[in-house]
Design a protein around this ligand. Sequence first.
Ligand code: NAD
Length: 363
Amino acid sequence: MPTRRIFLQQTGLIASSLAFSPLSIAQSPKKDRLGVALVGLGYYSTDLIAPALQLTKNCYLAGIVTGTPSKAETWAKKYNIPEKNVYNYQNFDKIADNPDIDVVYVILPPSMHREYVIRAAKAGKHVWVEKPMAMTEKECQDMINACKQNKRSLAVGYRLQHEPNTQEYIKFLREGKIGKIKMVSCSAGYNDNRTTHWKQKKEMGGGVMYDMGVYVLQGARLATGEEPISVTAQQYTTRPEIYKNGLDETTMAQLVFPSGARAAVQTSFGINMNFLHVTGEKGFLKMEPYSAYNGQTGEASGGVKIKHPYDVPRQQAMQMDDDADAIMNNKPLIAPGEEGLRDIRIVEAIYRAAKSGQSVKLT
Ligand code: NAD
């Protein structure tokens, strides 16, 4: 068993509720590499996931699902994808009959995740879905249920949980190296100058709390190892002509954890920022950048340095190799659907808290 997985289990990051073993309930013939079909060939698929699939050893790019015939042609040529493994959104369900495809990876705008995850599960495929998992806790639960009913696994594309710097800081904190955690501050934001992209459309899952917000929630949850019991939140915009009617440009939230630990998280489409700072009874830990595609660097009390360099898109390759390994070898997933649901539940509470100006309970 790889060391990373052992420590995740020891530290409780693969919790008992996450101990879903795909093959214990799904009797698939054993393969040594899984075929992955990407649904949605936008920025993340094109620039990160397809190149990462050229580096993976447990899975490979076997198929594509796209609504744009010209993209289908370019991709098929570039990645040597046979015509029988190219689908569009209408004939996608026929993927059920294609033994080349083991996993469907949904990389669409968040409002489309639920539909395509459920269709993939019904087609008998394991499913990976990008963050944010969906727009509501109910949608996340529907997706989890569909995969369970069809005896398929469901992983969320939380790439950081698979990368060595994140894994090291979590281990450091869980081992009590800075004592009881008292305060976490986590920020993730960038300047998004687009105005008509889905990230600027509320109904498509736009808004920064869904997008970069799940990273700061992950920071707070992974640092404390706890689930928040209440939240307060504030939102503001510097571009009211774009960010209006509940679509957030900048969100700040405060989380209270059962141990008494607190977290202040900030996320923005108008501010470049990216760090995690954890204060414990006996010291501190800081990661900056915190959620980048590479370059994560940490320091902590006692002269501790955290730095495991790698090139882009190795992080995404590690994620997909871990998830394919879990499917093939009947191991728990590092970030299953339940993990995505936990964050969306908090995102919804934060939107409610920001709107009402009141503290929202999560128990
Ligand atoms: P994108 O806009 O670049 O691509 C979206 C794709 O969906 C396009 O190919 C588009 O054609 C397709 N699509 C199909 N129907 C559509 C519709 N009705 N409206 C808009 N697009 C439609 O987006 P992206 O940046 O690739 O993001 C896709 C997913 O990946 C999102 O969930 C996003 O949060 C996630 N993502 C994750 C990371 C990460 O680091 N894990 C990074 C970027 C994006």
